[in-house]
Design a protein around this ligand. Structure first.
Ligand code: 13P
Ligand code: SF4
Length: 315
């Protein structure tokens, strides 16, 4: 089947099976085109909680599909490619983290949603890049906090809030590979362009950015900004939505090395239309988790959603 036929077959199957396709902004364009809902981690978690469909087809990485399962234990959650993992989630193994937590019994644990279900189960509060700063600010000033797994996001939140959270030494290898030099080189070619960056980038990159935010925050910023050109320091999949929403503006993708045209998360790109079709047809591979882990991991996610609602971050 060609692309169009595959997309039509996916849409037909989805209706027959009462399935919903949730897609992250970093997914391939052709997957975003057939998704019922495209969003950032926070919006996808909300959408997963709301759905009445029998099957959730999660087009993203493993921890995102796990989050959907934790919020919907009674529904079937499937992921086109089970190997679509996340380097950041991998950088925080549960046994080592559990030891680290034991060494700091007076600290609460805030974990970025980009972590495994085991880490979520060890956490008091989950955050996303879209709500981390406001959630941390809402906690008492004297509260001791461990922040995991992303030291770049954690460092950024520390600087923004004036806190001194203890940071787990993890990174997203995709964002962390970006350098300020490569961005400045691009800026020389496009001096009018504004640099916008995801907080998973290292501090040198963040220093040269005029706007820092989650994928959704970047999209909002671009739509409101008077600038017409943007250097986008995050995964290039986001450019699809940026161009859709702002056809009159110009976007330049950054790359980590000179040989590659743009920054891509290889894990996100493991999901393809072919795999998506097969996944809905066979209802496999399916995300399964032990009931006690679901129960434990759900509490800090629910807490995040409740706090986000109270703080007016989400409706
Ligand atoms: P968002 O929370 O902005 O969607 O980011 C998720 C992610 O994986 C960034 O690399
Ligand atoms: Fe994980 Fe980085 Fe890929 Fe986001 S871009 S899913 S943080 S590896």
């Amino acid at each position: 089947m060609d692309k169009k036929e595959l997309q039509e077959a996916i849409i037909k199957l989805k209706k027959e099976k009462n399935a919903v396709i949730l897609g992250h902004y970093y997914q391939r364009d052709e997957i975003q085109e057939v998704s019922d809902f495209v969003g950032d981690s926070l919006a996808l978690a909300q959408e997963a909680r709301k759905t009445q469909c029998d099957i959730i087809v999660f087009c993203g990485v493993h921890f995102m599909a796990e989050t959907a399962k934790i919020l919907n234990p009674e529904r079937k959650v499937i992921l086109p490619d089970m190997n679509a993992n996340c380097s950041l989630a991998r950088s925080c193994p549960a046994d080592a983290f559990s030891k680290f937590k034991e060494e700091h019994p007076d600290h609460i644990v805030i974990s970025y949603i980009n972590c495994s279900a085991e880490i979520k189960a060890l956490s008091d509060l989950i955050c996303t890049s879209g709500n981390a700063e406001k959630l941390v600010n809402a906690l008492p000033r004297n509260q001791k906090i461990i922040f995991a797994p992303d030291k770049n996001l954690g460092g950024y939140i520390n600087r923004q809030t004036g806190r001194n959270m203890l940071l787990w030494d993890g990174t997203c290898t995709v964002h962390d590979a970006l350098t300020a030099e490569s961005i400045l080189r691009l800026k020389q070619q496009h001096p009018q362009a504004e640099v916008i960056a995801h907080p998973e980038c290292n501090s040198a990159v963040l220093r040269v950015a005029s706007f820092i935010g989650s994928t959704k925050a970047m999209l909002n910023y671009i739509s409101k900004s008077l600038a017409t050109q943007f250097i986008v320091a995050t995964e290039s999949g986001i450019l699809y939505e940026m161009k859709q929403n702002n056809p009159d503006k110009e976007f330049f993708a950054v790359s980590a090395d000179e040989g590659c045209a743009c920054l891509e998360c290889a894990d996100m790109k493991l999901n393809t239309l072919d795999k998506l079709y097969k996944c809905i047809k066979e209802e496999l591979p399916e995300i399964t988790l032990p009931a006690d882990m679901i129960q434990q991991a759900r509490k800090p996610i629910e807490r995040m959603l409740e706090m986000s609602q109270q703080l007016g971050i989400i409706k």
